[in-house]
Design a protein around this ligand. Structure first.
Ligand SMILES: [Zn+2]
Length: 278
């Protein structure tokens, strides 16, 4: 059992519905939930004696983001060494809630806990094992687990470790998250403009999505001399409704140019109107 799974089970006390019933779990742990107008944080945890309070910024629009924020604060409540005798509260910003860095700190730990609480390893794994990442899969998982598309796609990368995920906003890279087996360096920096050859860039310019994986030139996303000539870089991109954001999945097909002589002819099928990238 994973580290996070063990602590999730300690908190959830046998409550195993999907979507996860956070109110029931809060009640079972003497945690009170409330919303307030604070602009100082997105989520807050305060523990006094045996009583805990999780407070959410009331202006968070989506219920899925509220759920993730509650789950994150429950992480601070549950994980070892988060609450100490000198620290009985956390105030967490949007940045903290988006921190999925591989470098361990308390914020990224609370996010990993939240992902495990809301999208339990065993159930999620079963749902994704036989499928490649797709917009349909992301939407159906987000609906089933009552999680945001973004959190769902990040969780997908935990199980599809040879993929990378990039979130862009207003034609710029907002963040990226590589699976542990994605083999190459990305040539993108946070805040940098999207490469014009990317389907993400096309989406911002034309509103068109690329909801299957299509070839893009390597330099669109990758800056790594180890990239093999025989390999192809594939991108799938869809937009996030209500935000000016796109999610792009990347995958490297290491054999595509060796065994598929018709590759160039088949390029871009079904995407009439797209610019030619070669
Ligand atoms: Zn936090």
């Amino acid at each position: 059992m994973s580290f996070y799974r063990a602590y999730v089970q300690r908190l959830s006390k046998g409550i195993h519905t999907i979507p996860v019933d956070l109110e029931a779990i809060a009640a079972a742990n003497n945690i009170f939930l409330k919303e307030d107008d604070s602009e100082g944080y997105s989520g807050m945890l305060l523990v006094v004696n045996d009583m805990a309070l999780i407070s959410l910024k009331s202006s968070i629009r989506e219920s899925t983001r509220k759920r993730f924020t509650i789950a994150h604060e429950m992480g601070h409540f549950t994980l070892p060494d988060h609450l100490t005798k000198d620290k009985n509260s956390f105030q967490c910003s949007d940045g903290d809630l988006n921190n999925f860095g591989r470098n361990k700190n308390k914020e990224s730990e609370a996010n990993l806990f939240a992902a495990e609480l809301l999208m339990p390893d065993d159930l999620f794994r079963k749902k994704v094992m036989l499928s490649d990442p797709s917009k349909e899969l992301a939407y159906s998982l987000a609906k089933e687990f009552d999680t945001s598309l973004t959190a769902t796609c990040i969780r997908l990368i935990n199980f599809k470790a040879d993929y990378a995920l990039i979130c862009s906003e207003n034609s710029r890279v907002k963040w990226f998250y590589k699976g542990e087996q994605f083999p190459y360096y990305l040539g993108t920096d946070i805040g940098s403009p999207l490469h014009p050859s990317s389907y993400a860039s096309v989406l911002f310019k034309t509103g068109r999505t690329a909801e299957e994986f299509y070839d893009v030139p390597t330099e669109t996303w990758i800056d790594d001399h180890r990239f093999k000539k025989s390999a192809s870089l594939l991108e799938m991109t869809f937009g996030l409704p209500g935000y000016n954001q796109a999610l792009s999945f990347l995958y490297v097909d290491n054999n595509s140019n060796e065994d598929d002589e018709d590759d160039e002819d088949g390029y871009g099928v079904g995407l009439t109107g797209y610019p030619s990238f070669r």
